[in-house]
Design a protein. Structure first.
Length: 116
């Protein structure tokens, strides 16, 4: 199964939601790419982030770890922590799982592969 492509991203975590796109490349079991999304914090403060990720596909398990980020847009100064995603391939176009940032804040996410 090749996960290379563009994926729709949605996440719900304790302080808000995130929506965006994951651009993924697979080389055997190694994954790399970037995720670009808008973070909608509960107090209506929105900002746009780009995280660069590396990870692996092992059996039906997917792990992505962010190693660098850029703040694309924010109206305020923000302190941002890198994320990790741990998911399971539900089918060839759906990954569901949990996420956690470096502060220990967790969430649940869904990646859906887009036909481009």
């Amino acid at each position: 199964m090749d996960l290379t492509g563009k994926w729709k991203y949605r996440e719900d975590y304790g302080y808000g939601t995130a929506e965006g796109e994951l651009f993924l490349t697979q080389n055997e079991g190694h994954l790399s790419g970037k995720i670009v999304f808008t973070d909608n914090v509960a107090d209506n403060d929105k900002y746009m982030i780009q995280e660069f990720v590396e990870g692996k596909l092992e059996d039906m398990k997917v792990r992505l770890d962010a190693y660098e980020f850029d703040i694309i847009h924010s109206e305020h100064d923000i302190r941002y922590e890198l994320d990790r995603w741990f998911g399971v391939l539900v089918d060839e176009k759906t990954i569901k799982g949990i996420s956690e940032d470096e502060q220990g804040i967790g969430g649940v996410f869904l990646f859906e592969k887009l036909d481009v």
